[in-house]
Design a protein around this ligand. Structure first.
Ligand SMILES: Nc1ncnc2c1ncn2[C@@H]1O[C@H](COP(=O)(O)OP(=O)(O)OP(=O)(O)O)[C@@H](O)[C@H]1O
Ligand SMILES: [Mg+2]
Length: 508
């Protein structure tokens, strides 16, 4: 009896149960851009997996007995039983200056027909955002070229400022204006030979948009000569949801490369509402439990880990983010808008009513805010535009009241009149950003009452004429304002002489 037991014990001791790690798996099901795979025990979260025929997947759901992958690329040739391999690599895309002027898809492949991309470096698409220690506070301005924004809701390098509003209220236009303005500043700065000049490179990520819209955007950038400083990452509506989900992270990787290498970059996510919808679609197919508005529970994390990657790094560069969110009927309290509002450092709220009244850009003064930008504003703008926000907000309030009463005292009338002039002054057509020195002159003239005797309807035209006058005749003075960035007595006297000169010619 004891010998039998011994034999059994010996056999058990000899038994080796080595766990076998398999790096290949087999497709169990494939549908709607998502493949469920058996095996792949070695796969890590967010790892690239290789399907037969060249398609790539990302492992998103790691479960006990299967792995859920989104498939990037052509899914039509995949079938049950196909073999899948892990690659040991996290998803990476090409980065670098070679991407400037190019249009790429979410995987960094060129889609503009201009040949292969000259890039030697790759960068992981998903990366933990920089920590607190390495960050530096925002103190350098990033001019949008839109007067209402630069004077009242200023944006600094490394900031995250949300552009939010209903459909067709000019959200994209504000972002494109900013990119165009940066390109113009780059050209002036690089031509000046100033060694301390830091150009800003732009990345425009189009998510879930119609191809025709993207083409129009590219056309606008090209016409303004801004494409050479811009990378466009396109995941149009016709792309599968996995690509749309990935595109902003790819754009962030391109931007981070600039930041990590001591340069400044600006990234526009147009728009994150569609991004959230693409993610919801993937998550529902992956059978993740759905929460509020049927979005998965981690949709907040989806956007926070994206926007946290915008930063200004100590001793390195910066990445400024302008995410865009579309609201329905101005409802900012829906799930995705509240999430993104709480992640960003402020928002530019665009109002449909203003837009329809012809007040464009339709920036709402009351609901827009920039929580860190004013430390990046130049002194000259503060000097000439410091009071504008208050005056304009007061105007809106008074205007609402004035509708009811007829007898207004002189003071109220004065405030209403001034407010109406400021509104006119801030009107600006699309794709024509105003350089900051021109803004200073325009607002200086407002502050000193040079538009007060004009018919209100003529204020916009007067401001345009003033800027034309300065750009054609007072170039040296404009350069002085730009380089000094603050108004002293001497400079103000010069501006006064010039504006007086313009005024006499304008009135005549
Ligand atoms: N400042 C402006 N002056 C004149 N027209 C403008 C201005 N801003 C935007 N528009 C016009 O308004 C329309 C909508 O603008 P845009 O596409 O930027 O809005 P959007 O909010 O991005 O729209 P969507 O919700 O469709 O993405 C465009 O035809 C654009 O030319
Ligand atoms: Mg748009």
């Amino acid at each position: 009896m004891s010998t039998v037991l011994e034999q059994i014990e010996q056999q058990i001791a000899r038994l080796s149960s080595k766990a076998v790690r398999k790096n290949t798996g087999v497709i169990r099901t494939v549908a709607d851009g998502v493949a469920k795979i058996d095996g792949l025990s070695d796969v890590v979260y967010n790892e690239m997996v290789q399907f037969p025929g060249g398609a790539i997947g990302i492992a998103l759901n790691l479960e006990q007995d299967e792995v859920g992958c989104v498939v990037l690329g052509d899914i039509s040739k995949l079938k049950e039983g196909d073999e899948v391999q892990t690659t040991g690599k996290l998803l990476s895309i090409p980065v670098g200056k070679g991407l400037l002027g190019r249009v790429v898809d979410a995987l960094g492949n060129p889609v503009d027909g201009k040949g292969p991309i000259a890039s030697t470096e790759t960068y992981p698409v998903e990366k933990i955002a920089p920590g607190i220690i390495v960050r530096k506070s925002v103190s350098q301005p990033l001019f949008t070229g839109i007067m209402a924004i630069d004077s009242m809701i200023p944006i600094g390098r490394g900031q995250r400022e949300l552009i939010i509003g209903d459909r067709g209220t000019g959200k994209t236009t504000i972002a494109i204006d900013t990119i165009i303005n940066q390109a113009k500043i780059n050209k002036v700065g690089l031509a000046s030979g100033d060694k301390n000049f830091r150009p800003v490179y732009s990345i425009y990520v189009a998510i879930g948009q119609k191809n025709s819209n993207i083409v129009r955007t590219i056309g606008a950038l090209e016409a303004a000569g801004a494409l050479e400083f811009t990378v466009i990452v396109a995941a149009p509506a016709a792309d599968n949801p996995a690509n749309q989900y990935l595109a902003p992270y790819s754009g962030a990787a391109v931007g981070e490369w600039f930041m990590e290498n001591g340069m400044d970059a600006l990234i526009v996510y147009d728009d994150l509402s569609k991004h959230a919808v693409a993610y919801r679609q993937i998550s529902l197919i992956l059978k993740r439990p759905s929460g509020r508005e049927a979005y998965p529970g981690d949709v907040f994390y989806l956007h926070s880990r994206l926007l946290e990657r915008a930063a200004r790094l100590d001793g390195k560069g910066s990445l400024t983010a302008l995410p865009i969110i579309e609201t329905l009927a101005g409802d900012v309290s829906a799930y995705i808008p509240t999430n993104v509002i709480s992640i960003t450092d402020g928002q530019i709220f665009l109002e449909t009513d203003l837009f329809n009244q012809g007040i464009r850009p339709a920036v709402s003064v009351g609901l827009s805010v920039s929580r860190v930008g004013s430390s990046a504003q130049i002194k000259a703008t503060k000097q000439v535009g410091g009071k504008l926000k208050g005056e304009l907000a007061q105007f809106r309030e008074l205007a609402a009241f004035a509708q009811f009463g007829s007898d207004l005292d002189a003071k109220t009338k004065g405030q209403l009149d001034r407010g109406a002039r400021i509104v006119e002054l801030f009107k600006q057509p699309a794709f024509s950003p105003v350089p900051i020195e021109q803004q200073v002159v325009t607002l200086w003239a407002m502050q000193k009452g040079y538009y007060d005797d004009l018919d209100i309807k003529k204020v916009t035209a007067a401001a345009v004429s003033l800027r034309d006058f300065f750009s054609t005749r007072k170039d040296a003075l404009l350069t002085e304002i730009r380089t000094k960035a603050a108004l002293d007595k001497d400079l103000e006297a010069k501006i006064k002489t010039a504006v007086d000169e313009w005024k006499s010619s304008f009135a005549a």
